[in-house]
Design a binder for this molecule. Structure first.
Ligand code: CAA
Length: 261
């Protein structure tokens, strides 16, 4: 649509049940300026309301997924500016999204670019992708989850190495570290993400949201807290028609017909 300055927004998949969001600020390597992040929050709201959409894919260009927060915009900001105006607060909208989001990363995913990829639920990388948190080289630290999500995902040693040196890792290293779940050739990674998103979209949207919430609990809490939370969500699925239909379809050896109820 022509609604956005920094994004391209499309519906994809045979059933048009996948929302594709492409960061489109090529001259700045998709640096995540305030305007871009406000637009992203708006698109997420729109897709959230769209009952036909079951899963989203977030991507950039082949050169850059995103090269971080906009350094030129941040350059002259003071402590009072950033703390007083809750700088980056719009960013948490992505992490809070109910529908699953798959990041399809080509090129640079640096600083805020790596952080927004980590806010997504699944990361697929193109072979030439680079992940890093170079904020230390700018005299600052990651400000949108880099010091928290990265060690949870890749462990302390590699996370410390990345945030303290500012060097980046390859797609192969990211796969090895568990930061991404698949690596594909550069020109197929978006299509592969869309295929996975179609699979997710074919499931009950309501149960998908419950499942995503439960996995996020495991990631955000202790195991005991997570297991308690999981059990409650698990019991909750038994209050739905789709759980009944899913199990009935299995015993009747047919495909489930979910109604999101
Ligand atoms: N902010 C603003 N502009 C950026 C940018 C950024 N993060 N990254 C790249 N650009 C701009 C460049 O200034 C350049 O613009 P001009 O043509 O006007 O000079 C244009 O994009 C192309 O960039 P390069 O010429 O540098 O391209 P390159 O291929 O030589 O290098 C790069 C690519 C290694 C990614 C390099 O651009 C780079 O190091 N970018 C900055 C990466 C970075 O430090 N990111 C962290 C930002 S801080 C942050 O994200 C805080 C947080 O936690 C939220």
């Amino acid at each position: 649509t022509g609604k956005y300055e920094y994004l391209l927004v499309e519906k994809k998949g045979a059933k048009e049940n996948v929302g594709l969001i492409t960061l489109n600020r090529p001259k700045a390597l998709n640096a995540l300026c305030d305007g871009l992040m406000v637009e992203l929050a708006d698109v997420l709201d729109d897709f959230d309301k769209d009952e036909g959409i079951g899963c989203l894919v977030l991507t950039g260009s082949t050169r850059a997924f995103a090269a971080g927060a906009d350094i030129k915009e941040m350059q002259d900001r003071t402590f009072q500016d950033v703390a007083g105006k809750n700088f980056l607060s719009a960013w948490s909208r992505l992490a809070a999204n109910k529908k699953p989001v798959i990041a399809a990363v080509n090129g640079h995913a640096l600083g805020g670019g790596c952080e927004i990829a980590m806010m997504c639920d699944i990361i697929y990388a193109g072979e030439k992708a680079k992940f890093g948190q170079p904020e230390i080289l700018l005299g600052t630290i990651p400000g949108a989850g880099g010091t928290q999500r990265l060690p949870r995902v890749v462990g302390k040693s590699l996370a410390m190495e990345l945030v303290l040196t500012g060097t980046s890792i390859s797609a192969a290293d990211a796969l090895n570290a568990g930061l991404v779940s698949k690596v594909y050739p550069v020109d197929t990674v978006v299509d592969e993400a869309i295929k996975t998103a179609e699979k997710i979209s074919s499931n009950s949207k309501m149960i998908v949201a419950m499942c995503k919430e439960a996995v996020n609990r495991s990631y955000e809490n202790t195991l005991q807290e997570g297991l308690l939370f999981e059990k409650k969500i698990f019991y909750g699925t038994f209050a739905t028609n789709d759980r009944k239909e899913g199990m009935t379809a299995f015993t009747e050896k047919r495909k489930a017909n979910f109604t999101d109820s």
